[in-house]
Design a protein around this ligand. Sequence first.
Ligand code: 9MR
Length: 463
Amino acid sequence: MRTSRTRSTRTRPLRGSLRRRVAALFAGAVTVAALLAAGTTAHAADAPLRDLAAAKGKVIGTAVTGSKLTGTYGTIAGGQFNSLTPGNAMKWGTVEPTRGSFNWAEADQIVAFAQAHNQQVRGHTLVWHSQNPSWLTNGTWTTAELSALLQDHITTEVTRYKGKLAAWDVVNEPFNEDGTYRSTLWYNGLGADYIAQALTWAHAADPSAKLYINDYNVEGVNAKSTALYNLVKSLKARGVPIDGVGLQAHLILGQVPGTLQQNIQRFADLGVDVAVTELDIRMQLPSDSTKLAQQAADYKAVFDACVAVTRCYGVTVWGFTDSDSWIPDVFSGYGAATPYDENYAPKPAYGAIAASLGGTTTPPPTGACTVTYSVQTQWNTGFTGQVRIACSGAALSSWKVNWTYGAGQQITQAWNATCTQSGAAVSCANASYNGSVPDGGSVTFGFNASWSGSNPVPTVTLG
Ligand code: 9MR
């Protein structure tokens, strides 16, 4: 994207490859720069969400994609959350695409990242009707073979991560909307007791992991959640190892069920934990400040319900940024479902989560466009910077931003803006194609610059 939109006519392959090598050598400096960048993000909570959640005795998690756990994505995933759920990396189709041939690379990577950042991992998921390998779904199996395949799969995967995961979504999405069992490979082949067997096998492989049944549209009191309630009740009565229920919470703007807290409480009263496991709140695109305010209220309602019930373990969002969300791919015309926009700017929902967890945020000025400067990567002689102009309750048809470098930094190249530097004074104006910043939207541009000695972040003004 950067290449296609660059305004520079000069290409410097040698310099680019040198830069990458030097950047690798100075990985520590890159990390520091990334942390600084996150710290300068506009309207961030005064304390990271993970600290606020911990003070409330709650866990706040996010689904992640392993390959993205670097740069700003990695900084936010590691800095704001105290739990990670692999979005796809632990599913059967990912870990055993060919029978007997395993690929644990992404799952291992996420677990290592979590350990390095003092985070829990929520395993997802062992028994599901979807994202299974084709050798499994296309095979013809006797009941005994199917049962052995499932037991082997659960035992292999849970044993691999024994002692390293806080919880497993053992069984995913077992119910239809009317509360009957979903017709799946497992239900059809093994009967309803596949659920009890899966839990029992998982418990045998890792007795310390908390074992969950996870489903969607079970957030409020309804036929489906009542079926789940009755199942958990009967599993508990039989002594089957069940520790919790996961409420996925793929919600629609303005439609948080009014019975959410009551529903969480009724499961808690059965003696199991409740986790909100896959929260996102989608809206019809484009987003605007009214929708984003409604979304903030919706996020707050979900977090408030969890905070209100002691046995609500925590809330995991299904991707923290709109650039890493499944929604636009599946619900045409919908999106903007997560707490950060696609440029990693916290949205009003972020502030609402912080507020629910007892934190304070610096609210964005009403009806304003704000500008944020950040250092993306830094090496020994240079750095790549980014400036974002974001509007809420206001809009721009063109823009120009200014700053003064305090330590001799010099812009060498810019893209998605026209930048000039005279002495220490830098001025960047919109390109022909990105002058418009709509209400609720943002525009970013990037640049390379040189530095030596120190690289302080300047104050940037919109003018
Ligand atoms: O986020 C996952 C997405 O990347 C996959 O394409 C999708 C395939 O079904 O699965 C998504 O995650 C699902 C989760 O595992 C279970 N609940 C519903 C989630 C959204 O589909």
